[in-house]
Design a protein around this ligand. Sequence first.
Ligand SMILES: Cc1ncc(COP(=O)(O)O)c(C=O)c1O
Length: 396
Amino acid sequence: MKYDFTTVYKRYGCGSGKWDEMQRENPNVGEDVIPFSVADMEFVEAPEIVEGLKAFLDTTVLGYANATDSYKEAVCAWMKRRHNWDAKPEWILPSHGVVDAFFSAIKCYTNEGDGVMLLTPVYYPMYIGIKVNNRVLVDCPLVERGDTYEIDFEDFEKKAKDPNTKLFILCSPHNPCGRVWTKEELERIGRICNENHVLVVDDEIHHDLIMPGHTHYVYASLSTEMEQNCLVLTAPSKTFNLAGLQTSNIFVPNEALRREMEAFLKRGSANPKCNILGYKACEIAYSSCGEWLDECIQVIDENRRVITEFMAENFPQIRVCELQATYLLWMDWNGLGLDYKELERINRQEAGLFYDEGYIFGAQGEGFERWNLACPTSYVVAALKRMKEAYGKYVK
Ligand SMILES: Cc1ncc(COP(=O)(O)O)c(C=O)c1O
């Protein structure tokens, strides 16, 4: 490997919620314990980003900043190179994060009482965005098929046809189920949403993290009709571990929808600027860090392989879902026959395993664990050893 994917900086006292929570819950965890919960990476940053930001700081001041032409061009060039998507710079509205962006979309394009569809289980802030804004959750449960999930299109279409349903938040690829939606599935979603005047808010924050053998399609790239009835939300934050810089992009190809969102954002803040270092880091990452990302995906895929083989050999009762994308491995531990709260207790208090517990993604997630694989493989191996020791007395 050209890059360093073995060093971990211990982030105690750095304001990392993930590390602080681990310390709070179990102050006695050993040296080789790192948290596998919140979706940021335990890899050191790509050196191009660190060096590029240092050079930038040496030659500028940190005043107000707009997205520059070179920033927007770098974003669009990445979309073309990595995703074969012809996005236009003028479609981009910078935002402070993807969660912020889908909260804005809910408020901008729907009214209180309107229905918002989700394919569940799903990234939990999507439920929150619907609830706190007094919209109605239109729950479309995914269907488990073998080691993966599928959309129940009959149910999805029935719910889209309800005149109260106004918006669908698509998580593509899907967190936590790890699905890359196929071209056919996306086209079917597109046909149903367009026929029923349901606007698609397409969260593609994980779309650069596609595992070998899978192909991701940007929703808007599949037809003009789909492009004109969607917002695409992207960010370099998962891909290059830049979440703390709070920089993301809302692509709105449809001009009328874009004007509406621009006006909405201006109503929310007279000066909706973003973070100058975030813009710069994003531009550097999209321009120079493709090779770092390719290596990063190899490490994630290796971690998946190590865990999957270990579970098959030692805990065949645990079902490891297929990881088609993201660095978040979704596992069904119900086969161990332990209550989901007991699993949480054993993991955190006895095994030193700090996952995102499946129930936070919805009731279907009870008894599931989501393992963040963006960390050096040695920490995964150490965690599996602890798991074997801790569960020996619970599992026959
Ligand atoms: C699907 C999805 N959307 C959005 C986010 C967070 O986005 P941001 O940090 O840009 O608000 C995450 C983080 O895990 C995510 O998984």
